[in-house]
Write a new protein. Sequence first.
Length: 357
Amino acid sequence: MNTDLLQSKQHFQILDGLRGVAALAIVIFHFMEMVFEFSKNFIGHGFLAVDFFFCLSGFVIAYAYDNRIAGMGTWEFFKGRLIRLHPLIVFGSALGLVSFLIDPFSAYSNVYSAGKLALMSLASIFLIPLPIAEERSFNLFTLNAPTWSLFWEYIVNIFYALILYRLSRRPLLLLTVIAGLILCFVSFRAGNLLGGWSGGTFWDGGARVCYSFMIGMLIFRSNWIIKNKLGFAGLAALLSLAFIMPYSDWNWLTEAIVVLFYFPLIVALGAGATVSPEMRKLCEFSGNISYPLYMTHYMVIWVFLNYYTAYKPETAQLTLIIIIGTMLLIAFAYLVMMFYDIPIRSYLVRIRKQKLR
């Protein structure tokens, strides 16, 4: 096999930057949801950033692999995705275990035997849903809650490699419409699109990833790319509006509309926008930091919840904690990226190339 198949295509820089905006929104949302009800949370729809990730993933995967996967083979595609995603899944699981064991504001670890902790660790590392911890709201992955979306990302990547990339636009469009109808049903039944992360809402995650990933593919394949001059700042503001829109009794409808139409529009605009020279570095940093930030922040969220439960700090103190905590998490994610994720992935890519020679 030609090692040229391992070379990545050029990234859409503004889309990279928007990925970082979405990751930051999730971090702030996770802090805020531990303190406020959704109706009082200024970023109460921040969880929809995951649906934006899925839509962006469908676009990027189709762009990067539609014309390559037949030549590189399904197994090489899977290896590429494992190298890209799994090192941080392992690292996030390890962080989650450390946080679980040494959280100064809880004694959760005393409830579980060493065998059960080992089982939770293995389940998290190997992406086996195991919603057994009541103290953590029966998350699919007790040690690192955001891993639920990576589980579905892997599932849809497998589906892509085996089926979706072979489909022409018409059957893909039909599947996307069906997935959109299912998404609307899920949203109506639950009253929102928050599900997917817990044992009780497991299949909601499948509905969320199926529609968003396939509409992302359709944007690329149909060339639904809208040329514009909004730039990174303008599109970041438009994306953020989805996360801070007001809470209402019609959440099931407004959230569905955002996922069905607004996020695909943002992706189409992001792919058609050009980044200014002064914003180029920011977009690059934002894109690079997004996945490490997403996969390493939740260990702090549980500690924060237990601290808040124990001490009930005032609003001013909470605000300061959340701002400083978010800044420190970004710095930590950068260190993880530079000294763990990039070196590990570079090493694995070198080994992969050597085996292909």
